[in-house]
Write a protein that binds this ligand. Structure first.
Ligand code: FRU
Length: 326
């Protein structure tokens, strides 16, 4: 059997440019620090599906022992994922999905649930009556499709809520702002906007503010990262009415990868739960996050102390060893 130090995990990431992805990679690396022998290679496709296909091909050729992939778009990336899987490389799909059953495990939240939670929250915020629009993520990526369907499913159960339109974004704020601005100028009856992530939700807020509509229009985002200017902070500052906390799954993906590599039992579907953060629970969430952050820093400090201690002990044993031979 192959020992842990020989394993290489390749990670094809659709983009590394935003904080949610960076958090995912940090979560992975923290979990990997328990297995420092494992070689971990990240390839950033910069939001480009052709680059991602080339990256996965390079990882197949290397070869690697296990592939983790977050597909930029569902349809273009599916065949290359199938190719890796057919070659016998275990494949873990994280966050965005492919279009096939040819993978070893999936880790991530259910994006239909994300959309449904946003719809349920919209109904509460609007007290069952109002006009809504949606700003979506990149067309053709699985969370975009699932979040949209979940949202529509939830609000269609309520006759008082009218869905006006969906404006396509690409997960980044600069993709839709002019279009949103002209839509809001022509339609003064919008009460709520569901935006597929918090980065675009911040852009949406700024468009609303520019038009003097920030007090009137409620905004729901997705991701709920902690830190200044991130989702939870934006809810706390009432710039967003709510965000749907979307876990990165980084830690769970690595744990599953190690189980697969060490031939231990694992689950094929690892669905992480989502939570709505709104004004009712934002303070407690923020406080808890700050506490976790401090605890993490404590753990790191302690780890450093242990390493220092180890070096000292090692040096001392060299000295003793030296003396015993002189
Ligand atoms: C990060 C991101 C998140 C979003 C996720 C969907 O790259 O855009 O903001 O929730 O991807 O896959």
């Amino acid at each position: 059997e192959k020992t842990a130090e020989k394993f290489t995990i390749g990670f094809s990431q659709c983009t590394s440019a935003d904080l949610w992805r960076k958090t995912m990679e940090d979560d992975m690396k923290r979990e990997l620090s328990f297995n420092p022998e494992i070689n971990f290679e990240v390839k950033d496709a910069q939001g480009n599906s052709s680059i991602q296909i080339a990256h996965i091909q390079e990882l197949i050729d290397q070869p690697i022992d296990l592939l983790i992939v977050s597909p930029n778009e569902t349809i273009p990336i599916t065949p290359i994922i199938e190719k890796a899987y057919n070659k016998g490389i275990p494949v873990i799909i994280i966050d965005r999905r492919s279009n096939s059953q040819k993978f070893t495990a999936y880790v991530g939240a259910d994006n239909f649930e994300v959309g449904k939670n946003a719809g349920d929250e919209a109904k509460i915020l609007l007290k069952g009556k109002g006009n809504v629009i949606e700003i979506s993520g990149l067309t053709g990526s699985s969370p975009e499709i699932d979040r949209h369907n979940g949202f529509l499913k939830s609000i269609s159960e309520n006759t008082g809520i009218k869905f006006l339109t969906k404006i396509n974004g690409n997960w980044e704020r600069n993709s839709f702002e002019p279009q949103l601005e002209s839509f809001l100028q022509k339609n003064s009856n919008v009460d709520l906007i569901f935006v597929h992530n918090d980065r675009m939700a911040l852009g949406t807020y700024q468009v609303c503010k520019k038009l003097g509509l920030d007090k009137k229009i409620k905004i729901i985002g997705v991701d709920g990262l902690s830190g200044k200017g991130q989702g939870i902070d934006l809810v706390d500052r009432a710039m967003l009415s709510a965000t749907i906390l979307y876990p990165t799954g980084g830690e769970e993906a690595i744990r599953t990868a190690i189980d697969i590599l060490k031939k231990k039992p694992f689950k094929k579907e690892n669905i992480l739960s989502v939570t709505v953060i709104d004004k009712n629970n934002v303070r407690i969430t923020k406080l808890q996050n700050e506490k976790v952050f401090k605890q993490q820093q404590d753990i790191e400090r302690r780890q450093n102390r242990i390493e220092e201690q180890n070096i000292i002990t090692q040096n001392q044993s060299y000295i003793i060893y030296g003396i015993s031979f002189t």
